[in-house]
Design a protein around this ligand. Structure first.
Ligand code: SAH
Length: 241
């Protein structure tokens, strides 16, 4: 094994039981699966046993990509793409499920980016930092734009926590495995961004200072700050926007 590249967020999973447990969260059999950053293929091996129709592996590291091409040369349903995930043209895919032990330095960016493809993605299972898993969890208090986006685009579950000991090299932080089931409706992203700019700028200001003459918002809600709203209250304001 070569030295792990920090710049590519390389923390490889070495615990087969955890790989098995993660792969069980995704519907794999006869589906088209895309794995971001397969590394040495530890999670990939667990995916293969569940018989995907087609498995796309997107790996940015050239050496790992060569390693994987050799490792899986006899698997006709595996397609290894040596590319930065953000350069992949996702619009070519349809009905896909995505899984990844995500590089920690890009995890938030990957998730927000993928929300825009909600009509072609069915579900996504990711290993991310525990604090990022909390940041996306719209059932917890302290409203922020990540929670709002997650609720607009998906049904979200935190599945389980994972200790640093199952990785090599060991990360300094705790991790969580999470699942997003994407909603299929077409989202008006212009409206969404306008609304977010308005409501999440100066989160500590009261709603009344931003939505003065809106009779559809209750007095109680008007006197809360954005970060004090729960998801239902926030959705109600959004729907009247
Ligand atoms: N899934 C493997 C490796 C996880 S580490 C395992 O669990 O063991 C993260 C992996 O993502 C590394 O293999 C790294 O090279 C790859 N990677 C990092 N940035 C990437 C990007 N932008 N696009 C595709 N792969 C990337």
């Amino acid at each position: 094994m070569k030295k792990a590249k920090k710049s590519l967020g390389q923390n490889f999973l070495i615990d087969k039981n955890i790989c098995e447990k993660i792969s069980k969260l995704l519907n794999i059999k006869d589906n088209i699966i895309l794995e971001i950053g397969p590394g040495y293929g530890n999670l990939t091996d667990a995916l293969i046993t569940k018989k995907p129709k087609k498995l796309y592996l997107i790996e940015k590291d050239n050496n790992l990509s060569i390693f994987l091409k050799l490792k899986y040369k006899d698997h006709k349903n595996i397609n290894i793409i040596n590319m930065d995930f953000f350069d992949l043209d996702l619009s070519k895919f349809k009905n896909i499920n995505i899984i990844s032990n995500l590089p920690y330095n890009i995890s938030t960016r990957v998730i927000l980016y993928l929300f825009d493809y909600n009509t072609i993605i069915n579900e996504m299972v990711f290993m991310i930092q525990k604090e990022v898993a909390i940041k996306f969890d719209y059932n917890l208090k302290d409203m922020n734009k990540y929670k709002f986006f997650t609720n607009i685009y998906s049904k979200y579950n935190k599945c389980f926590d994972v200790p640093p000991s199952v990785f090599r090299p060991k990360p300094k932080i705790k991790s969580s495995v999470v699942k997003f089931k994407l909603k299929k409706n077409i989202i008006n992203s212009n409206k969404l961004h306008l609304f977010c700019n308005k409501i999440f700028r100066n989160k500590r200001k009261k709603i009344i200072s931003k939505f003065k003459n809106n009779e559809l918002i209750s007095q109680n809600v008007l006197h809360k700050r954005t970060d004090e709203l729960n998801i239902m209250e926030l959705l109600r304001i959004y729907n009247s926007f």
